[in-house]
Design a protein around this ligand. Structure first.
Ligand SMILES: Nc1nc2c(c(=O)[nH]1)N[C@H]1C(S)=C(S)[C@@H](COP(=O)(O)O)O[C@H]1N2
Ligand SMILES: [Mo]
Length: 311
């Protein structure tokens, strides 16, 4: 197993300079929102180029994927099932105005405008591997903040055990939502302790920019030790609930996609092995790591659980 000391995730010696650097990003991000709000079919917002990142590799030494790769090879079934087609179909997606409602089993339900989320929860950089259940992966320099900060502010009730997330439902803008095979809107869920884990973030950007629509603007979940489909995009509702939510993928193919979806090279998908993966930009396949290389941080969440039965 690879050992990843938590000091490598946010090295102390760059923490202070990173804080300064990210204050700059906060300003940039809000300026960017203005730009996005002005975009329409006739005048789309200008294509963004990558902004600054604090380092060029993840903590295992693997290089970041390029901005181009991350913004042109996407899974976002609300637009299309064709990865190279998402960016074009999503380019005029309206991400402003945008509000996120946090409710269910909480003492302080809230509906917050995305601008206020950006102000209230300063973004930090998190360089994570993203491993899709299909067998490809990338290294992505996200901007975002721990989900637990938002959850603390709404004060979950004692009987809240899971968090349920929903993507926007708007078939006018998202033609893929007319596909009757899936039960829209896209839904995902986490156990409350998974949601409170420090690695679990709500992402607002990547490569120093606000998220583009294809990556789940203006707010998406990122859970790096789970298959990519758990990292739900373009979130409008977050509910604390008592019972395990049924995700879109569980409803579509229950024998193939379970609730946990922890990256695990020893638990094959019914139609393919999960032992190896292809890093986008590389030719040879590489071994897949248990919990996507984050075992030291997250394995304790699953002590005593049968990881094969709870796929
Ligand atoms: N709403 C929504 N969220 C989604 C998806 C989707 O189709 N719809 N696809 C998921 C899958 S399968 C993956 S691998 C990641 C891809 O994220 P990326 O395109 O930003 O790399 O988003 C996940 N989140
Ligand atoms: Mo995926």
């Amino acid at each position: 197993m690879h050992k990843i000391p938590s000091s490598d995730i946010t090295p102390e010696h760059i923490y202070r300079s990173r804080r300064r650097f990210l204050r700059g990003i906060g300003a940039l991000a809000l300026a960017g929102l203005g730009v996005a709000a002005c975009g329409d079919a006739a005048n789309p917002p200008p294509a963004l180029t990558p902004g600054p990142v604090s380092r060029q590799t993840d903590e295992l030494g693997d290089p970041l994927n390029t901005y181009e790769q991350i913004t042109t090879y996407n899974n976002f079934y609300e637009f299309t099932t064709q990865k190279e087609g998402v960016a074009q179909l999503a380019r005029n997606f309206r991400t402003s105005p945008w509000t996120v409602s946090i409710g269910g089993l909480v003492h302080k339900p809230q509906t917050i405008a995305i601008e206020d989320i950006l102000k209230r929860y300063p973004s930090e950089e998190r360089i994570y591997r993203l491993r899709c259940v299909e067998g490809w992966s990338m290294v992505i320099p996200w901007l975002g903040f721990p989900l637990r900060k938002l959850l603390a502010d709404v004060e979950p009730m004692a009987n809240a055990r899971y968090v349920r997330f929903e993507t926007l439902y708007d078939p006018e803008q998202m033609p893929g939502q007319r596909d009757r095979w899936y039960t829209w809107p896209y839904v995902e869920g986490l156990r409350l302790d998974e949601a409170m884990h420090d690695l679990t973030i709500l992402s607002t950007g990547l490569y120093g920019n606000l998220l583009l629509p294809q990556n789940g603007a203006p707010l998406r979940l990122v859970v790096p030790w789970k298959y990519g489909f758990k990292s739900i995009k373009s979130i409008v509702n977050i509910d604390l609930v008592a019972d395990q939510p049924t995700s879109l993928w569980m409803a579509a193919a229950p024998h193939e996609y379970g609730f946990y979806a922890n990256v695990n090279p020893t638990v094959p998908h019914p139609r393919w092995s999960q032992a190896t993966e292809r890093r986008i930009g590389e030719f040879e396949r590489r071994p897949t790591l248990l919990f996507n290389g984050y075992a030291d941080q997250v394995a304790h969440l699953y002590i005593g659980m049968d990881l094969r039965a709870n796929y």
